[in-house]
Design a protein around this ligand. Structure first.
Ligand SMILES: Nc1ncnc2c1ncn2[C@@H]1O[C@H](COP(=O)(O)OP(=O)(O)OP(=O)(O)O)[C@@H](O)[C@H]1O
Length: 321
C-alpha cells in the first residue's frame, strides 16, 4: 500500500479547453455560461468528443446501486451536515454498504463532520481506497489531500473537473448500496462535472436542502432549474433549521422569520416531493464539530425523529417500496 502524497501531484490534470468567454467571437454559439450571453448549461470545461475515461467511470459506478446528489442553492443551509447524518443513518443499517463523496472542493467539511479529518487516502493497484468511518461507511474528500486543515484550494473549473473525474474513476468503492455525493452550493463546475460523468451510469436523483427563508428558496429554485436542464430527478426537498425546539424545555421558539414552511410551500408549488423538516438543534452543530453521530448521541430528540423520517422517505423513493 502506498500513501498518496499530499498534495497529490497527479491532481494536476491537463487543462481542457476553456469557455471562450464573453469577449470571444465564439461566445454563446456552441455552448455558453454565465459569462456568455446565453444562460444555458456551460459544458466548455468538459473535454469534447468521446472520453475514454467515461468507460472506466461507468465500470466503477456499475457496482453502486443508488447514487444520490445532495444539493442546495445557498451555502450554509446544512447540506454537508445533512449528507453526513444521512450517511450515518444509512450505515446504521448493517446490511448496507455506504459511501460518501465530498465534492465541496474549496470547503471540504465532511472529514471533520465524520470524525476522520486526520486520515489519509491510500492507493493500490485497484485504485484509491476510501477512508472508512465505520466498517460499512467509506468516504472520499479533497480534504484528505491537503497538507493541513488551513490550506485553501484555489482552482479554476478545469482542475476541479480533473479531480472529480479522478475521484469517479480511481476511487475503489467496491460494491455499494448507496453513494451520497455532497456538493458545494450553487450550480457550478462541480455540479456540471459530476452530473456529466455520472449520467451514463445513472443517478437516482437529487436531494435538495434548504432553510425556510426566501433568500435560500430563491437559490433553490435555480438549483431545481439546473436539475431539470441536467435531467436529474428531484427526489425531494428537505427543510433544515426549521423552527427551534429547546432541548431543555422542549418548547418551540421562533428565531428566524419565517421559521418554517417555506420548503414545503415551494415543493407544493412545483409539484415536488417534500421529505420533511429538521429543526434547529444546537447539538447537531456540536456533534458535527466533534465528528460524532447526532443520531447515536440523541436518538430520542425531535431532530433525530425528523431526520429518520426524511431518510425513510428517501429510501422509499429510491428503493421503490
Ligand atoms: N438542524 C441544524 N441545527 C443546528 N445547526 C445546524 C443544523 N444544520 C446545520 N447546522 C449547522 O449550520 C452550519 C452550516 O451547516 P453546513 O456546513 O452543513 O452547511 P452547508 O450547506 O454544507 O454549507 P456550505 O455549502 O457553505 O458548505 C454548521 O455549523 C452546522 O453545524
Amino acid at each position: 500500500m502506498i500513501v498518496v502524497p499530499k498534495p497529490n501531484p497527479s491532481l494536476t490534470a491537463p487543462e481542457p479547453e476553456h469557455c471562450p468567454g464573453p469577449e470571444s467571437e465564439n461566445a454563446g454559439k456552441e455552448e455558453s455560461c454565465a459569462g456568455c450571453a446565453n444562460q444555458s448549461i456551460c459544458s466548455s470545461q468538459i473535454p469534447k468528443g468521446p472520453d475514454p475515461d467515461v468507460d472506466f467511470i461507468n465500470d466503477r459506478l456499475s457496482n453502486i446501486t443508488h447514487k444520490i446528489l445532495v444539493l442546495s442553492g445557498k451555502g450554509g443551509v446544512g447540506k454537508s451536515t445533512f449528507s453526513s447524518i444521512l450517511s450515518w443513518a444509512l450505515a446504521a443499517d448493517e446490511d448496507l454498504e455506504v459511501g460518501v463523496m465530498d465534492l465541496d472542493i474549496c470547503g471540504p467539511s465532511l472529514p471533520k463532520m465524520l470524525g476522520s479529518e486526520l486520515e489519509s487516502v491510500h492507493s493500490s493497484n485497484s485504485g484509491w481506497s476510501p477512508v472508512y468511518v465505520t466498517e460499512n461507511l467509506g468516504m472520499m474528500s479533497v480534504g484528505f489531500m491537503l497538507p493541513d486543515q488551513d490550506s485553501a484550494v484555489i482552482w479554476r473549473g478545469a482542475k476541479k473537473n480533473g479531480l472529480i473525474k479522478q475521484f469517479l474513476k480511481d476511487v475503489n468503492w467496491g460494491k455499494l448500496d448507496y453513494l451520497i455525493v455532497d456538493t458545494p452550493p450553487g450550480t457550478s463546475d462541480e455540479h456540471l462535472s459530476v452530473t456529466t460523468y455520472m449520467k451514463e451510469s445513472g443517478i437516482d436523483g437529487a436531494l435538495i436542502v434548504t432553510t425556510p427563508q426566501e433568500v435560500a428558496l430563491l437559490d433553490v429554485r435555480k438549483e431545481i432549474d439546473f436539475c431539470k436542464k441536467a435531467n436529474i430527478k428531484i427526489l425531494g426537498i428537505v427543510e433544515n433549521m426549521s423552527g427551534f425546539i429547546c432541548p431543555g424545555c422542549k418548547n418551540e421558539f421562533q428565531i428566524f422569520k419565517p421559521t418554517t414552511g417555506g420548503g414545503k410551500a415551494l415543493a407544493d408549488e412545483l409539484g415536488l416531493p417534500f421529505l420533511g423538516s429538521v429543526p434547529l438543534d444546537p447539538r447537531i452543530g456540536k456533534s458535527a464539530d466533534n465528528g460524532e453521530s447526532f443520531l447515536d448521541l440523541y436518538p430520542d430528540s425531535p431532530a433525530s425523529t425528523a431526520i429518520l423520517d426524511v431518510v425513510d422517505a428517501l429510501r422509499d423513493s429510491v428503493e421503490g417500496s
